[in-house]
Write a protein that binds this ligand. Structure first.
Ligand code: GDP
Ligand code: IMO
Ligand code: MG
Length: 422
């Protein structure tokens, strides 16, 4: 029985959803701990594809209980839509999904403020889901939480207080029309019944479950380089996707965490703005995007693509304390004659000793590459490490040595079956 945190090791979209689905066969509880509906986690079963935004990817296995932790910001509209979709696929949700009473609510003004700030200069390239503005209110101690939905009077008071300030901001600073406070109160008061059945004191629930010997998988969203503290600030999300965030985002203490699974894509992608040293702005990048179907699961935006960055993954392994690794999308590299791997960065001809998260320095950094021969054959039917071509094994050995990681799972296709343990 164990408690494992699963993190994205790069800039998100590493295939976390797929690996959560694989691992959750062995876990009783899967819980999200941060982010919100900015996430898009894909799970492809043999004949159906699911994209999950708020509900943990463990929902697709009948015997798994799912929890949305206190660190997640919840858009009730998106959540209820997702529950409806999952149920329409014949999957039971009630009784299997619990939501923290302390999770913060995404309000209509959060989405509006997200889009207004993205219409100016210095765009982050957010998903537009209201994530940043909601976490701003959380840390400014003005947020409205799931528990507030359960008392109509308290909810009304909090919405009125917030709207007074937000309408001032909208009208006076952004020259935008005020929002209708009564309409928002009415809309949010109607969520009480639909949400009530899911609300729980999740820190107590999770800690009791661990005490009883149950296994828990903590599903991170986004990725280490999008972490508000450890990522490429300010081109990050507004939460803590790294493993440390799993404790504050669920109420599970660090002393209860047994291992950290890092999900690592066999090359690198990024959505949104910000420096990306190994980005390929040529036909090789286009090929990675097309072969890897690198289009956002939440916004549909084309993902920026580039070579594997071992310097970045080594940094990510350090701040996350990665103990186990799943390498995903290895099949996407099958048709490349040669494959580059970045082993370090240079600025002004000098090799850097540590990964620069300062974006000005990172923008100046020139990747140092080693070129490996491609394997040029289909590996999507391989179901064990020994079946892989020698050149594929050499690539895996090289990237794991340079990144300081040990591979445990290899994924050679989007489907559940296209996976094996090393
Ligand atoms: P997440 O946000 O980390 O869960 O990743 P996304 O779901 O946003 O993006 C990963 C995409 O790659 C999804 O479309 C998956 O179905 C797909 N995928 C996952 N693993 C593999 C793999 O090993 N090979 C291929 N070709 N696709 C994969
Ligand atoms: P999953 O969980 C990739 C990126 C956005 C933008 C930045 C801030 O599917 O890996 P936000 O809306 O969070 O304020 O946007 O973070 N971003 C993601 N990129 N995968 C994600 O989630 C992401 N969630 C946010 O593109 O650059
Ligand atoms: Mg995604």
């Amino acid at each position: 029985m164990s408690v494992t945190v699963l993190v994205g090791s790069q800039w998100g979209d590493e295939g976390k959803g797929k690996i959560v689905d694989i691992l959750s066969e062995k876990y009783e509880i899967v819980t999200r701990y941060q982010g919100g509906a900015n996430a898009g986690h894909t799970v492809e079963l043999e004949n159906k594809k699911y994209v999950l935004h708020l509900i943990p990817s463990g929902i697709l296995r009948d015997d798994v209980t799912c929890v949305i932790g206190n660190g997640v910001v919840i858009d009730p509209v998106a959540l209820l839509e997702e529950i409806k979709f999952i149920e329409s696929c014949g999957i039971k949700v009630e009784g299997r999904l619990f939501i923290s009473h302390n999770a913060h609510l995404i309000m209509p003004y959060h989405k509006l403020l997200d889009s207004i700030s993205e219409s100016g200069e210095n765009k982050i390239g957010t998903t537009g889901r209201g994530i940043g503005p909601c976490y701003i209110d959380k840390f400014a101690r003005k947020g409205i939480r799931i528990v507030d939905l359960l008392d109509r009077k308290i909810l009304e008071r909090k919405i009125r207080e917030n709207l007074k300030e937000k309408n001032n901001l909208l009208q006076k600073v952004y020259d935008h029309a005020a929002l209708d406070v009564d309409e928002i109160i009415k809309q949010y008061q109607e969520f009480d019944k639909a949400i009530d059945v899911y609300v729980k004191d999740t820190p107590a629930y999770l800690n009791n479950a661990i005490e009883e010997g149950k296994s828990v998988l903590l599903e991170g969203a986004q990725g280490a380089l999008l972490d508000v503290d450890h990522g490429t600030y300010p081109y990050v999300t507004s939460s803590s996707p790294t493993s440390g965030g799993a404790c504050t985002g669920t109420g599970i203490p660090p002393t209860k965490i047994d291992s950290v699974y890092g999900i690592v894509k066999a090359y690198t992608t990024r959505v949104g703005n910000g420096p990306f040293p190994t980005e390929l702005l040529d036909e090789t990048g286009d090929k990675l995007r097309n072969v890897g179907a690198e289009f956002g699961a939440t916004t549909g935006r084309p993902r920026r693509c580039g070579w594997f960055d071992a310097f970045l993954v080594k940094y990510s392994a350090m701040i996350n304390g990665i103990t186990d690794v799943a390498i995903t999308k290895l099949d996407v590299l099958s048709s490349f004659e040669e494959i580059n791997v970045c082993t370090g960065y240079e600025i002004d001809g000098k090799l850097l000793k540590s990964f620069p998260t300062d974006v000005d320095r990172l923008s100046e950094a020139k990747p140092v590459y080693e070129t490996l021969p491609g394997w040029n054959e289909d590996i999507s039917t391989c179901r064990s490490y020994v079946e892989l071509p020698e050149k594929t094994k050499a690539y895996l050995k090289f990237i794991s040595e340079k990144s300081g990681i040990k591979l445990n799972i290899i994924s050679v296709g989007a489907k559940r079956s296209e996976t094996f343990f090393v």
